[in-house]
Design a protein around this ligand. Sequence first.
Ligand SMILES: [Zn+2]
Ligand SMILES: [Zn+2]
Length: 125
Amino acid sequence: MNCHEFRQSLFAYTEHQLGDGERATLEGHAQACSGCGDLLQRASELTCKDFVAFLQAHLDDELEPEQARVFRRHLEFCPPCVDYLDAYEKTVSLGREVCQADGGLPEEVPEQLIRAVLEAQRRAT
Ligand SMILES: [Zn+2]
Ligand SMILES: [Zn+2]
């Protein structure tokens, strides 16, 4: 396993979707490679699911300092969550604008995305 493969499997690892052999390979790489070992440790601190669960509290500034720290650390190594946070913030501010203006949603934000965000939010609570 190389570092690239490691990163690709990391998500499945934290979500407990890997078989025993794959887990062992991944953990073996993490032990041999200090960079990836560090990543694995961070990924175990906060999974993507936790990240989504913390998202609203983060936006409301309600996270404990320790939670906020692991939340930000997650963003450093998880591009999908960076994208997700981006989309989420856009959707939230969009929602506010829509409430104020009482108009339809602008074309740029696909309805599909909004639904995906709302769906993930619902699952997280
Ligand atoms: Zn590595
Ligand atoms: Zn993530």
